[in-house]
Design a protein around this ligand. Structure first.
Ligand SMILES: [Zn+2]
Ligand SMILES: [Zn+2]
Length: 254
């Protein structure tokens, strides 16, 4: 089995010259499947369009907390339509992000997050949760709504990881796991059962060492996989295989 990148953003904005080239080159770099994750209505449309063109690409649609402040009045209806499109396998990324001062108001973020958790119930879609500097409130909402899904780019403690696992969810790590100062992420990863771990790039961001700071793409996952393998005491190949199976189970029911 090849690499399953469960979280990437492939927008023309970030790959203005070479989007086609990058995507066409991934198969021979052992990338087998990608979820191109939406973060607002327009980006979700763009990712869904990519999924129609590339057989290895699947898509998700959702409103990221940073985009929760400027929504058209019919956003729920429009998102509902996007979720019905072919190859859309998840709702996300959604959640809370209190990192930036100019982020939308907390109650606006909360409202948009909860509305989307409700939307995921009816077609029973897995959700992709984004949560930064908002641990207590995110956990409170997850305990209440108990969605099926993943907490991506995990940045919280080992204790929180245990609780997320108890709720039945999966946890994804990006290249951050390979950073020299990633002690907290490594400790959290140690706590997580191997059958609940997902690999992701969050491309174009979060490139792993030794590519830190560069634009990332799905092929760079092997560096994150190598680090995760070391933490879990398996080979890199085994880790890629297990994370692939975990992703298939969550997003494709395989
Ligand atoms: Zn995110
Ligand atoms: Zn993302």
């Amino acid at each position: 089995m090849g690499i399953f990148d469960t979280h990437a953003h492939y927008l023309k904005r970030d790959f203005p010259e070479d989007l086609e080239e990058v995507l066409n080159g991934l198969k021979e770099k052992n990338v087998e499947r990608i979820i191109a994750v939406g973060c607002n209505l327009e980006a979700s449309e763009e990712e869904i369009a990519l999924a129609q063109r590339y057989d290895i690409v699947y898509a998700s649609a959702g409103i990221h907390p940073e985009d929760a402040g400027k929504l058209p009045s019919d956003w729920e209806e429009r998102l509902g339509e996007l979720l019905k499109m072919p190859k859309v396998v998840a709702l996300g990324e959604i959640g809370l992000d209190y990192h930036y001062d100019d982020a939308p108001e907390k109650d606006v973020q909360r409202d948009v997050f909860i509305k989307q958790l409700e939307m995921a119930k009816a077609p029973d879609l897995p959700v992709i949760i984004h949560s930064r500097d908002a641990c207590a409130e995110t956990m409170e909402i997850l305990r209440e709504y108990k969605p099926r899904g993943v907490m991506h780019c995990f940045s919280y403690s080992a204790e929180t990881a245990r609780e997320v696992i108890k709720l039945g969810m999966y946890i994804g790590f990006t290249g951050v796991l390979t950073f020299k100062n990633a002690k907290k992420a490594v400790q959290a990863c140690e706590e997580i059962p191997i059958d609940r771990l997902l690999l992701e790039t969050d491309s174009p961001y979060m490139a792993p060492e030794p590519h830190r700071g560069e634009r990332s793409d799905s092929s760079m996952i092997r560096f994150t996989a190598a680090k995760m393998a070391e933490i879990k005491g398996v080979s890199t190949e085994e880790m890629i295989e297990i994370a692939n199976q975990n992703g298939r189970r969550l997003f494709f029911g395989e």
